[in-house]
Design a protein around this ligand. Sequence first.
Ligand code: ADE
Ligand code: ZN
Length: 336
Amino acid sequence: MNLTTLAANAPKAELHLHIEGSFEPELMFDMAKRNNVKLPFASVEEIRAAYDFSNLQEFLDIYYQGMSVLLFEQDFYDLTWEYLERAAADNVIHTEIFFDPQGHTIRGVKFADVVGGISRALSDAKQKLGISSKLIMCFLRHLPEEDALATWDEAQEFLSLIDGVGLDSSEVGHPPSKFKKVFALAKDAGLHLVAHAGEEGPPDYVWQALDELQVQRIDHGNRALEDQKLVEKLAESDMCLTVCPLSNLKLCVVGDITEHPIRKMLQSGLLAMINSDDPSYFGGYVNANYTAVIEALNLSREEVETLLRNSFIGSFMSKSEKAVALAKLDQYLSQT
Ligand code: ADE
Ligand code: ZN
């Protein structure tokens, strides 16, 4: 069996997925119609043609525009369910998904409908697809910390549905230190903490995420490789990096997929793993991301196995859940 098939059929976890970034143009169009929202595109083909980005901000502008058709609880359910069906087809057995409540509440959508629709789909996925999950609420870093604090307040009555907090949106100019207070509150409440850092921002932002926000995972982390001391710290502390190859390609974080640093990360002892980030915008779900790096870098079987194992090791599953998932993966690998 070739390595792309081996990876595709393997049980795996996805730990870096923005649910609003899984919004396929077909569903977006249908929803725009049923909700009477005008999209600035005449067809699904026109939407897809607009997905040509030269940096993170160009993508984000279209991403926020796309999410404007999401209004009701059922919309968030449908969006999440469609992702979960695709994840199941890629043999994802555990997923930790991000959502951006501020992208919705700012338009007058009820926080309860956002979190309600997403978590109802996650709960159905456990029953019907056998996928376990965690839900991570992200703060939009281009907005002031006061807005994040207000969102934190709004989230209080839904904390039983939320497992962690994260930090996303425009990175450069919005360092992690800006969100120290709200992350301290989330830590006190016992939530998991993650942050996007080192996607476009400098290694110093990764240091800040570790030292000032006390995160348990770094989302992306590509630019950490520019700082040897930082690489050593990340490796020694088994800090997971949730890496997104096709995202890096589409947002020009790498010039070509053959230049992707995933092998270098593994060789440096980093706990890196593979994710899709915003799959409907970047050209593929998690298996397409495995395929892209396996083919471009000619990854070895050992490297592919490490990436698959890291997907569970870096997750927020309990110790016993991790042991079960890793045993399932090992059994699959031993027979393949
Ligand atoms: N929001 C959705 N995708 C993102 C990414 N790749 N980086 C930062 N913010 C995001
Ligand atoms: Zn992301």
